[in-house]
Design a protein around this ligand. Sequence first.
Ligand code: NAD
Length: 250
Amino acid sequence: FLKGKRALVTGSTSGIGLAIARAMYAEGAEVILSGFGSDEEIAALSAEMNARHVAADLMTAAGVEALMSGAGEVDILVNNAGMQHVAPVDEFPVDKWDAIVALNLSAVFHACRLAVPGMKARGWGRIISTASAHSLVASPFKAPYVATKHAVAGFTKSLALELATSGVTANCISPGYVWTALIENQIPDTMKTRNLSREAVINDVLLAKQPTKKFVQPDEVAALAVFLCRPEAGNMTGANISMDGGWTAE
Ligand code: NAD
């Protein structure tokens, strides 16, 4: 049902974004890939989805501008690239704070401001941002991540209101813990910060949050992103939809 629609998915060389790109491609969308990876990986993903990859570092406004001009007009924008770093506030590396704000928050603003005019002109668009359970609740040692994810949910509400009569919707998806590189990479720092074994971090810190005791699967998040593109989702806008194994129900 997405034939004729162009979908740009940021952070689509890995994890959740890759699953979303594959799901949109399976529904017939023309997919534009974005994110880092080896030349071989990117060539393989581009071939698999008959997709263009636009190389850009989204840490700066200029980087996002390069991505958007390389992608061309997009009907579906999935703001998914994001990063995490785990440390106490008083020890948080300042450059990491700046990087997390730039990628998790400012890049969402820049991509939206550049995608919206074309969507409005065509009278149809879908903006989907991967927020997080951390857009609703906090955990210690993740202050900039929690701050930027709350901010993305607020930004999305404001944008949705601005676009309410335009045929363009803007929503967030808020997963709990999904087993991806982002989670795997934070395990060593969490082991250090909390003085725990790897197993204890997985079971007593990560899965402790999720009453289902299961990681969310990237494919499950992708199915929700596809649903948000359906005609039946035309009245869903400004929402922040949880898929977190019950985490934020507690
Ligand atoms: P991931 O690390 O597997 O993928 C991140 C993607 O972003 C990769 O494609 C990477 O190349 C790209 N990227 C990173 N820095 C970039 C930069 N400077 N410029 C351009 N692209 C860049 O992570 P993931 O777990 O799939 O996370 C995707 C999104 O989902 C993030 O916004 C993350 O915060 C969010 N999220 C993840 C989880 C989880 O448990 N994994 C839970 C909730 C929300």
